[in-house]
Design a protein around this ligand. Structure first.
Ligand SMILES: *[C@@H]1O[C@H](CO)[C@@H](O)[C@H](O)[C@H]1NC(C)=O
Ligand SMILES: *[C@@H]1O[C@H](CO)[C@@H](O)[C@H](O)[C@H]1NC(C)=O
Ligand SMILES: *[C@@H]1O[C@H](CO)[C@@H](O)[C@H](O)[C@H]1NC(C)=O
Length: 307
């Protein structure tokens, strides 16, 4: 009797133990190091002679391409919108975007950049920018001739803010993008990303990021007096801790010429940066500035297998 009673109880304890082990493993998962993801995002559109978008996607080097920049909008755009792709021909771009998507490489559009003719001083200007994005690059007015890429849909929107201040209404834009639950070309949800200055927080984009709805943040560890030596473990830790549900990417220049400060060669990246970054459970990968320099240096080709 005692024997037959003990057997099931042993089996139950074993099952319970397995359950506890599994649960602790699952709970420990998110808190443990992320390790490599192989994700490399590249900015494209800042140099005419960087090669085409299609070529960038066909290289097999990138897991996302961000075209830059939509650099005129809102208040300082005086009602105008302008996409600056450094003279890349628009003909065939829709097909190139579809080709990228077919290869599994999402294509985003970045708003902001180094020109000064943009701002979102009011909710109304933010909603107008949403309408412009929706109708020009996503699902709106599919047969409107203003669409530079025809019926191709982009996959995401990136915020790259070099001008403006904390009062700008980027959170309104972010929430509106999320509200419309945009499904881009490959049927996935819109990739909402931001490319921020290295020092946490970046006031221009903080309120938007604090909505918690961003998928990714690329932290620019270059060309910034706050990170003159490039990657900063202290700033990285702050970004990773502040947005646990957002994937954080290490933004690096592709060559010494791609930035005034902050360049780390692939060996230094591997030795001193990546092991620190990959300790964060929400490490996403690496962001490369930009395709023009990467094509010449083969930086992403050298780092892809271990980032
Ligand atoms: C803008 O929209 C946000 C969120 O809906 C709201 O909290 C805020 O009061 C609005 N601001 C203005 C100036 O209307
Ligand atoms: C434009 O879109 C409307 C609505 O989807 C459709 O009925 C119409 O046939 C389209 N026109 C052209 C020229 O594609
Ligand atoms: C880039 O670097 C990788 C790794 O060293 C190498 O395998 C690849 O052939 C290089 N690509 C080019 C175009 O040089």
């Amino acid at each position: 009797m005692a024997f037959t009673r003990r057997r099931p109880s042993l089996a139950v304890s074993a099952a319970a133990l397995l359950f506890v082990v599994l649960i602790s493993f699952l709970l420990a998962g998110p808190a443990s190091a992320q390790g490599k993801t192989g994700q490399v995002t590249v900015f494209w559109g800042r140099h005419r002679d960087e090669g085409s978008l299609r070529e960038a996607c066909d290289s097999g080097l990138y897991s996302m391409v961000i075209m830059s920049f939509l650099d005129v909008y809102g208040g300082n755009g005086n009602g105008n919108y302008h996409l600056d792709l450094s003279g890349h021909p628009l003909a065939g771009m829709g097909a190139a975007i579809k080709r990228c998507q077919f290869l599994g490489v999402p294509v985003s559009i970045s708003i902001g950049g180094f020109g000064g003719a943009y701002s979102l001083p009011t909710n109304q200007s933010a909603l107008a920018l949403f309408d412009h994005l929706w109708n020009t690059y996503f699902g709106g007015s599919l047969n409107d001739t203003r669409r530079p890429f025809g019926d191709a849909w982009l996959d995401g929107v990136d915020m790259f803010l070099e001008h403006g201040d904390a009062a700008d209404r980027y959170s309104t834009l972010a929430l509106e993008l999320a509200k419309h639950n945009i499904r881009a070309g490959d049927g996935k949800l819109l990739h909402l990303t931001a490319t921020a200055h290295c020092r946490f927080p970046d006031d221009r984009v903080k309120e938007a990021l604090d909505t918690g709805i961003f998928e990714r943040i690329h932290v620019r560890f270059y060309d910034d007096p706050d990170c003159a030596a490039g990657f900063s473990a202290a700033e990285w830790a702050k970004w990773a801790a502040a947005y646990p549900f957002t994937k954080i990417y290490v933004g690096v220049p592709a060559s010494p010429q791609a930035a005034e400060t902050g360049y780390k060669d692939p060996a230094a990246l591997r030795r001193a940066v990546v092991p620190v970054a990959q300790k964060a459970s929400n490490y996403g990968g690496v962001m490369i500035w930009d395709r023009y320099f990467d094509k010449r240096s083969n930086y992403s080709g050298s780092i892809k297998s271990w980032v």
